[in-house]
Design a protein around this ligand. Structure first.
Ligand code: NAX
Length: 327
């Protein structure tokens, strides 16, 4: 058996953490042949909650779990990690504007970005804590020479939400929906691209004749799904977010099936005219060598261009708010 894969999870004591760590520990993410060491990272006041979590992990007696570490210092928590899943961040408080949240969370990601230099040489960092694109931008800009392509932020939950909506509207099983691209920010400006989506290999726009729904109801349902879950459940999406994070990591390490793609926010290389370096959700494919590429030359019509413009503008504004935290 090869060396255990060491995975840091920040905010492990939170809701998503509770849905996530057992699935990683069980071998579901990296397979039964790979052992994992979990490095749980929390704020100092949550360390006792983490101890309870560690007891429960022990009590699962997972054969794939080779160790548990707990730290409140990311320099220690990220040491030798192959994956750093940055879930922890401060929630939006009452009356707090989006920009306040961005400023509140920024410093967390400067420190955690620097701490990535203590991680394993092959480390890959995934940001989930919101605003995840801009937090990822901050981390990537504070991580010294670590290549930008090691960084991503999660829009897989948005992709999964979009797939479920399209499947339900078309009356098909969800796995028959493919090629769903989420463009831009993980926020209410994101553009879930139904024009390029396929259902059973056919254009979604051919299968679903209600184009008014595609252009308005579908987009707004996906954009505001997080808020709808909070309204109904009284808490934000947790199990579906943890599930999407599993899907995200799997998509990054598994060659993408022929003809399909998945969505993740990654540093732009200038594709589709998006400013280089901006953490932007694109359609991606993972190649056989384990690297990813941004899918090129997808048709972007005037409708899509306008939507992509709106989400790009928001990301550029977020970037301006944290300009002093970028190198
Ligand atoms: P919780 O508030 O339940 O948990 C967050 C945890 O992070 C807390 O235990 C807190 O102590 C910890 N934390 C805060 N600052 C930290 C730091 N500096 N280092 C380590 N840990 C720290 O939130 P939860 O529901 O688990 O959501 C976590 C984050 O995911 C939030 O920012 C949330 O907005 C974001 N989400 C992102 C999604 C996405 O698709 N990208 C979807 C789900 C979720 O909304």
């Amino acid at each position: 058996m090869s060396k255990p894969i060491k995975v840091a999870v920040t905010g492990a004591g939170g809701q998503i953490g509770y849905s996530l760590v057992f699935r990683i520990a069980s071998g579901e993410l990296f397979g039964p042949e790979n052992k994992v060491i979990l490095s749980l990272v929390e704020v100092p006041q949550a360390m006792s909650a983490l101890e309870g979590l560690a007891m429960e992990l022990d009590d699962c007696a997972f054969p794939t779990l080779a160790g548990i570490e707990m730290n409140s210092d990311p320099d220690l928590g990220f040491a030798d990690c192959n994956w750093v899943l940055m879930v922890g961040s401060k929630p939006r408080g009452p009356g707090m504007e989006r920009n306040d949240l961005i400023r509140e969370n920024g410093p967390i990601f400067t420190g955690q970005g620097k701490a990535l230099l203590k991680a394993a040489a092959d480390v890959r960092a995934v940001v989930v804590g919101n605003p995840c694109n801009t937090n990822c931008l901050i981390a990537a800009n504070n991580a010294g020479d670590l290549p930008m392509n090691r960084f991503s932020a999660m829009t897989k939950l948005d992709e999964n939400r979009a797939k479920a909506q399209l499947a339900q509207k078309a009356g098909v099983a969800v796995e028959q929906v493919t090629n769903v691209a989420i463009w831009g920010n993980h926020s209410s400006t994101q553009f879930p691209d139904f024009f390029n989506a396929r259902i059973n290999g056919r254009a979604a726009t051919d299968v679903i004749s209600d184009h008014d729904w595609l252009k308005s109801g579908f987009i707004s349902t996906v954009q505001t799904r997080g808020a709808a879950v909070i309204k109904s459940r009284g808490k934000s999406s947790a199990a579906s977010a943890a599930n999407a994070l599993m899907d995200h990591v799997r998509a990054l390490i598994t060659p993408t099936p022929d003809g399909d793609w998945y969505s993740a926010a990654v540093p732009s290389d200038g594709s589709y005219g998006i400013e280089k370096g901006l953490i932007f959700s694109f359609p991606l494919r993972t190649k056989d060598d384990g690297s990813y590429e941004i899918v090129q030359n997808l048709p972007v019509n005037e409708f899509s261009k306008e939507k992509i413009g709106i989400t790009t503008k928001e990301l550029l504004e977020e970037k301006a708010v944290v300009a002093d935290l970028l190198k």
